[in-house]
Each structure stands twice: as structure tokens, then as C-alpha cells.
Design a protein around this ligand. Structure first.
Ligand SMILES: [Zn+2]
Length: 236
């Protein structure tokens, strides 16, 4: 599956040009984004890996002009050097928690201008705790509930430009205090996402990982474009 990062329409995998807007769909060697899978992905029935259920998202990041480093290496200063953003999904950080050292590295990365998106899951997913060390210093908790409601109450925020709702499944409410402000809720006011600037960098935390899989990505493609642009301070 290949989704155009400019017009959010679906194309054939082998398309070189978007059938809708005509723009070139080719991976480009732009700024580097790291998708940290060093903590081990969920790989039971349908593997939550960038080569399987998240293949569309990996392709989308590349087609958006980024070099994507799907990294299995232990986070270290040289791994993060030169990167513009880090992607952390609990489904691809499944097997062990982020350590204090890794969290400190990522916090420094953001303070110095990097972008970080961290996506959690609903309350039934114990692995949400893997993100605790990363998120607690920000004043953020995840996996506080299990919701299946649509998320249409979006605040004014650059990542929601031309977005009228977020397609989610079985998500968990988050609390966004401290460095992050709540930016998206369901109709009952359950907070789905928080965002904020820390030092020179930017962070977004969301309560779902399914939103980026091959079943949901098409509906969230505009959001994905905006998110990458905002985190990396570039134009979509
Ligand atoms: Zn297009």
C-alpha cells in the first residue's frame, strides 16, 4: 500500500506518480527519522513491524522525503546524532521498558531540537509501562482506559490542519499535564493526544498505535503528514 503524502490518496505499491495529484512518489534521501524498534516489536499473529502491519507507514515516511532508519540498535548518542525525529510505538517497543539512560538521551535529543512521537495503547496492554520512564518526566500517563469512541474533538493545532477526525481502534486515554497540552479528545472528554515544545524540540503523545497500521493509515494520512512536518519543523 502506498499513500500519497501530499493528497492522502491511495496508490498502487508500484506507482511512481500519484494517480490523484500527479506528484512524484519516490523515497527521498531527506532528513533522517529513526523508528526505534530496539525494544522488540509485538510479533505474534500479525506482526507489528515496519515490514508488515506498518509497511504503509514506513513507506509513507520515506515518500514524505525522509530517510527512515528502522533501528534495532541500543539507543546511544551516535544513533541519535543527526536525526530529526524519533518514532516510538509501544507495539514496536514491546519486550522491555525504556531505561532511565535511554529516556535521558531522548529528552536531550528533544531539548536540542529533535521531534519525538510516542504512541501507547489501551489499558489492557501492560506494555504501556515500557514508556513510563520516557513519559513520566513530561507529566504524561498513558493507557488510562479502553475506549472505542471516535476522536473528533480536535484543538487548533498544526498537526490537525485539514484533519476532521482521527481513525482509532481500542485506544487508551492519556493524561497530558506538565510539558504537554491536551489537543484531542473524544466526545466524553477523554484525552487522546497531547503535544508540546520542550526546549528546542517538539513532542506528541497519542493513545493508539493501530492508527498507523495498514488498515487505518489511509484515514490518518493527512495527520501523518502534518505530524512529521510539525515534529521536524519542515513544510508538509
Ligand atoms: Zn497525491
Amino acid at each position: 500500500m502506498r499513500i500519497c503524502p501530499w493528497c492522502a490518496s491511495q496508490n498502487r505499491d508500484d506507482s511512481n506518480y500519484c494517480g490523484e495529484c500527479g506528484k512524484l512518489l519516490l523515497p527521498q534521501q531527506g532528513p533522517e527519522v529513526i523508528w526505534d524498534i530496539s525494544h522488540g516489536p509485538f510479533i505474534t499473529c500479525d506482526p507489528r513491524v515496519p515490514s508488515s502491519e506498518y509497511s504503509g507507514f514506513a513507506q509513507f515516511i520515506r515518500d514524505s522525503g525522509y530517510t527512515l532508519d528502522i533501528s534495532t540498535a541500543q539507543l546511544a548518542p551516535d544513533i541519535l546524532a543527526g536525526k530529526v525525529a524519533v518514532v516510538v510505538l509501544v507495539t514496536t517497543a514491546w519486550r522491555r521498558p525504556y531505561s532511565e539512560e535511554e529516556s535521558a538521551l531522548l529528552a536531550d535529543f528533544v531539548r536540542q531540537g529533535g521531534g519525538l512521537v510516542a504512541c501507547a495503547e489501551n489499558r489492557a496492554v501492560e506494555q504501556n509501562a515500557n514508556l513510563d520512564m520516557l513519559l513520566a518526566p513530561l507529566g504524561v500517563s498513558v493507557g488510562l482506559s479502553r475506549e472505542d469512541s471516535p476522536v473528533h474533538d480536535l484543538n487548533r493545532h498544526p498537526i490537525f490542519d485539514a484533519v476532521d477526525g482521527i481513525r482509532v481502534t481500542d485506544w487508551g486515554k492519556i493524561s497530558a499535564g506538565g510539558s504537554l497540552a491536551a489537543i484531542a479528545q473524544d466526545e466524553d472528554g477523554n484525552v487522546f493526544a497531547g503535544a508540546g515544545e520542550v526546549g528546542e524540540g517538539r513532542i506528541v503523545v497519542m493513545g493508539d498505535c493501530s492508527m498507523w497500521d495498514n488498515h487505518h493509515l489511509l484515514h490518518n494520512a493527512r495527520l501523518a503528514s502534518n505530524l512529521l512536518a510539525w515534529l521536524t519543523k519542515s513544510n508538509p
